[in-house]
Design a protein around this ligand. Structure first.
Ligand code: 5AD
Ligand code: SF4
Length: 469
């Protein structure tokens, strides 16, 4: 009999990809995906630990399952992802009805764990080794990547895919839990990456986004020599069918001229770079242990402007980090004004157990101050984003159409005209009135109106050239 699985994914693109992989694996084991926990025999929560709020939301979602499990003891519940790795048995303590805890480096063992639970062997946990639990090579192996198959049905859209090229992180920024939850930095072998990209292209995928925590630090050494991101992009560029290549997230110190020139020279590479600055103050950057000064970030930024003048650059900022004064914060505002990022993701600092900042620095910026700084920086960024967009009114952009926009998701499925959404080559969101058949097409859209996050336009008439048969 077919079993059913429900999966809820929160967090970053890595988690979206992990969920796709888990589902592909479970489908091979006879599972079918359903949309609600009610219909499911197996309930999976793929979790995020980056900020406390994300964790609390998951614990509260789990809390709601207490009665569900009491009334349906045969339903199995699994907690996957970063919280599983970080909290481990704490999850069993806070939610004793959970059957399985599986860290991001152990997702391949899920089917076996389900069998054990089914066989009455009790609850199961599979997590990777801690960073200090043994030899570096053993720790790394215990965080191995799980990218066995692809399941187009589980992607946000069938013509876009994430492709992991690197796992883990070795930068150890003092606020960040990722080096603990996802383990040591490891570049995947280029041959594996290329063959996965070929499969994606065969499945009709037009856009591939390469994923890594510090994706531009990617390196893989073998007997044939060393491959870096620039060399990898050159190889991926050769694959027929793929039209766009993006990569996230970049680390400022590793944004080499050679990489930028490669992005400039390969037409399939999007002129879009996500390079988080995190702060505009040297003192704060030092306490964050980011490894660069504001002047060095600016040097990197000017290198981007020099090599790819039309590049769209986006950033992340943390506001209210330990010891951040008003003056420090104003330096972040100034950096947004100077760099004029396409957009920025702004986060309020959240203490994470197991990080250096949690051990050594005081979380001394009051909650209200964090919230006010978040609001102020977002306003500045929104103004800058809108100014970029205003300049695009009257221009025509090339849009990869993703599907109906949020606004029209619930529209009558038979309605011919719906609002569609897609992205430009440099990652700007575009909406226009169109039809569902346009999903997966690359269309020229004329921009009429803008907001700070969206371009609003209409499809340019396609010129039909008669060849007079
Ligand atoms: N508190 C707030 N934001 C954080 N980020 C990472 N760790 C924390 C934390 N402890 C942010 C950084 C990173 C993004 C993915 O999340 O800006 O770039
Ligand atoms: Fe976290 Fe810093 Fe690594 Fe990014 S580079 S994942 S912020 S430790």
């Amino acid at each position: 009999m077919t079993k059913t699985v429900y999966i809820k994914t929160v967090g970053c693109q890595m988690n979206v990809l992990d969920s796709e992989m888990v589902i592909a694996d479970l489908k091979r084991h006879g599972y079918q995906v359903v949309d609600t926990p009610r219909e499911a025999d197996l309930l999976l929560y793929n979790t995020c630990s980056i900020r406390e709020q994300a964790e609390e939301k998951t614990y509260s979602a789990l809390g709601k399952l207490r009665d569900t499990k009491a009334n349906n003891p045969d339903k199995k519940i699994g907690v996957l992802g970063c919280m599983a790795q970080k909290d481990q048995e704490v999850i069993f303590r806070r939610a004793p009805f959970v059957d399985m805890i599986v860290g991001p480096g152990q997702l391949h063992s899920l089917p076996e764990m389900i069998s054990k639970v089914d066989a009455g062997e009790g609850r199961q946990m599979a997590v990777s080794m801690g960073r200090k639990d043994g030899k570096q090579s053993l720790v790394a192996r215990s965080h191995e990547t799980f990218d066995p198959l692809r399941d187009p049905a589980m992607r946000p859209t069938p013509f876009q895919a994430y492709l992991r090229i690197q796992i883990g992180c070795d930068k150890f920024c003092t606020y960040c839990v990722v080096p603990n939850t996802r383990g040591p930095e490891q570049g995947r072998a280029p041959s594996e990456i290329i063959s996965e990209a070929r499969i994606l292209a065969k499945q009709g995928c037009l856009e591939i986004t390469l994923l890594g925590q510090t994706v531009n630090s990617y390196r893989h050494r073998s007997d044939e020599g060393e491959t870096d991101l620039a060399a990898l992009l050159e190889q991926l560029h050769e694959i027929d069918g793929i039209r766009r290549l993006k990569f996230v997230t970049s680390y400022p110190k590793d944004m080499s001229r050679r990489l930028l020139e490669t992005v400039r020279d390969l037409p399939k590479c999007s002129p879009y770079l996500h390079v988080p600055a995190q702060s505009g103050s040297d003192e704060v950057l030092k306490r964050m242990k980011r490894g660069y000064t504001v002047a060095e970030y600016m040097e990197m930024f000017e290198r981007i402007e020099d090599v790819i003048p039309n590049a769209a650059v986006s950033s992340d900022f943390i506001v209210g980090f330990c010891g951040e004064t008003d003056e420090d914060f104003q330096k972040s505002v100034a950096l947004v004004e100077r760099c004029r990022f396409k957009n920025s993701f702004i986060f309020q600092y959240s203490v994470r157990g197991g990080t250096k900042a949690a051990e050594r620095l005081e979380d001394d910026v009051p909650r209200e101050v964090k919230a006010a700084r978040n609001h102020e920086l977002l306003e500045v960024q929104n103004r800058v984003s809108k100014e970029h967009h205003l300049k695009m009114i009257g221009s025509t952009v090339e849009v990869l159409v993703e599907g109906p926009s949020k606004k029209s998701k619930n529209a009558d499925p038979d309605a011919p005209a719906v609002q569609m959404t897609g992205r430009t080559h440099c990652d700007r969101i575009v909406v226009f009135d169109g039809n569902r058949r346009q999903a997966g097409q690359v269309l020229d859209v004329h921009i009429d109106e803008v907001t700070s996050n969206t371009l609003i336009g209409r499809v340019r008439q396609v010129e039909v050239v008669s060849i007079g048969l």
